[in-house]
Design a binder for this molecule. Structure first.
Ligand code: NAP
Length: 542
């Protein structure tokens, strides 16, 4: 006899009946339609709900025209719109759950009826961090097998935080105008507060991380509850030096963690375009960061949003952050550098109001507007080109008569015909509530002029972040960087450095190289501590 696969219709109905019997909540559905508009979709919705009602009366359906006052209450404007009429939720289906969307709809009923999101613990913890409202739109089509995953993620989010999250599931065939408006010409696509947060299917953790960040995320870092973390090596800073060191140290067998107080990737995260990292002719800074972080996460645990407050020496170092404590045998300071300020009147007061240190972040606000870029190095040149490319009217202002940027970048500036004011200093940023102009002085003259601009971008180099090293008593170089030997050992045994905080060429590739060198040196030192060897002879020791 042939083996029977699957369930008979009766068996399936019986299973569904039992499922709905166990469901603690009733789900009233409202269908809003305009007669004759998208009728096949409306009929599809009716048929599905009729079939469900054959096994349960916990799901009910009432139908109204779009002109009915209830349509206003439930914000139904498209025909058909199916509303989950639960006062505590804000979930609407524009179109009808047909094809693959039947699966999404059944899962939505289960999530809503049982009020169980089914989120993984890390996803639930991340979702709990949401503090501002999110209006999610998920564009789907009945023939898309990847769409149900995104719909389910979004329904879970809307049920987990109903006070903040509203959801529209939008069938692009029933709503082509809306799909055009969002350029949603492939599915699934998810938007939150009108920003794209996901293209294609995403695991729930990435969906939630993207929902919080309001941009698509490429990796997910779970939150840790640990009060104390023990490791061989703690790396402070998740720029290219710190991340590379993490990969090398773990591969050498050291239990390694990375803590980062600011942006993962450090300065690269806000670099518009990188053209000199081997293996990539051109790569966006943020993309390179995503690749580096994803790679590092294969090896190390990263603790983002943690600022190291103290490092206390002892048999083990005790590192205290704003979140927890770490005990480590060695510490690598890969703390990088932060943007230098001009120090002129108006700069601090108008920071964030037209004064910016990040063209990638703030450039789009100045499209079509007049701005200046201050500086003459690689950063100023790269960022001026970026501002020009996105459509800002940018002028480069440099204090000397020639740029120190690479020739290739200088050529690109000339080719783009970006105006350059040489031998010119910015002496003041002008404006009340926001930037209205700058006061300029020609070098060697006392004459001041005023240039009306709406934005002042500043890229005049970086100051090394040496505070932790100084607090430990580590020596600095005359130029103010961390003093270290060829093994990246600072003057404090067990404390190492790598990357821009050491000075030198300050390239991504050199920072990565220094991270690798430091990690290998640390591994060798932990196997055979030089400070113990030194103790026998001269001074030393932790
Ligand atoms: P930088 O090379 O130190 O250049 C800083 C620029 O700002 C210089 O032109 C300097 O003028 C000017 N400056 C400094 N203080 C000033 C002040 N108070 N007022 C007005 N102007 C001032 O800094 P960066 O361009 O940020 O680059 C930092 C490092 O990153 C460099 O090693 C660079 O090669 C690297 N980087 C590389 C790339 C790339 O390879 N594509 C991209 C970005 C950065 P002077 O010339 O008169 O000193």
């Amino acid at each position: 006899m042939a083996e029977r696969h699957g369930l008979t219709h009766q068996e399936a109905q019986e299973q569904l009946r039992r499922f709905f019997q166990a469901m603690p909540r009733e789900i009233p559905l409202l269908l809003f339609c305009d007669p004759g508009k998208n009728e096949p979709f409306a009929e599809g919705a009716r048929q599905l709900i009729r079939a469900i009602r054959e096994v349960t009366d916990k799901v009910s359906l009432r139908e109204y025209s779009l002109g009915h006052e209830l349509a206003k209450k439930w914000e139904a404007t498209a025909s058909p719109t199916l509303v989950f009429a639960d006062e505590s939720l804000q979930i609407r289906w524009l179109g009808a759950p047909v094809g693959h969307e039947v699966q999404s709809f059944m899962e939505a009923l289960a999530i809503i009826g049982f009020r169980e999101t089914g989120f993984s613990e890390p996803a639930a913890k991340t979702m709990a961090k949401l503090e501002e409202s999110r209006e999610i739109k998920v564009f789907v089509s009945p023939s898309c097998p990847y769409c149900p995953q995104v719909v389910v993620n979004a329904v879970r989010a809307a049920v987990a935080r109903p006070e903040l999250v509203s959801l529209q599931i939008i069938d692009i065939q029933a709503n082509p105008d809306l799909a055009d408006q969002y350029s949603a010409h492939s599915v699934p696509q998810a938007f939150a507060n009108d920003k794209l947060i996901g293209l294609g299917a995403q695991p729930e953790e990435l969906f939630i991380a993207s929902l919080l960040a309001l941009e698509p995320q490429q990796f997910f870092i779970p939150d840790s509850d640990a009060e104390e973390v023990a490791c061989d090596l703690i790396i402070v800073g998740a720029g290219p030096a710190g991340l590379t060191a993490g990969i090398y140290a773990t591969r050498s067998g050291l239990k390694t963690v990375v803590v980062e107080k600011g942006m993962l990737g450090g300065q690269i995260a806000t670099t518009p375009m990188v053209e000199n990292y081997p293996g990539f002719t051109q790569v966006g800074g943020k993309t390179l960061v995503d690749i580096l972080v994803s790679h590092a996460l294969e090896y190390v645990e990263i603790f983002p949003g943690e600022e190291v407050q103290t490092i206390e020496p002892g048999d083990l170092f005790t590192i205290t952050t704003n979140r927890r404590r770490y005990r480590a045998r060695a510490v690598l300071l890969a703390t990088g550098a932060s943007s230098r300020h001009l120090g002129v009147p108006g700069e601090e007061r108008l920071a964030g109001r037209g004064v910016s240190y990040c063209s990638t972040c703030d450039g789009p606000l100045f499209i079509g507007k007049k701005v200046i870029m201050v500086g003459g190095g690689d950063s100023a040149a790269t960022e001026a080109l970026h501002l020009h490319q996105i459509g800002a009217d940018v002028t480069l202002v440099h204090r000397r008569n020639r740029l120190r940027a690479q020739e290739r970048l200088v050529d690109a500036l000339k080719q783009a015909k970006i105006p350059m004011l040489f031998n010119t200093e910015v002496t003041e940023v002008l404006g009340e509530a926001r930037v209205e102009g700058v006061r300029l002085r020609k070098q060697g003259s006392d004459q001041l002029s005023t240039l009306p601009v709406e934005g002042v971008f500043i890229a005049i180099g970086y100051a090394p972040a040496v505070e932790l090293a100084v607090s430990l008593g580590a020596e600095l170089t005359p130029a103010g960087y961390i003093k270290r030997d060829q093994h990246h050992r600072t003057t404090i045994p067990g404390i190492y450095s790598a990357g821009d905080v050491e000075g030198g060429y300050k390239q991504i590739v050199t920072a990565a190289g220094q991270g690798a060198e430091a990690a290998l040196a640390i591994f060798e030192d932990l196997v055979n501590p030089y400070w113990v060897a030194k103790k026998g002879g001269q001074a030393g020791g932790k």
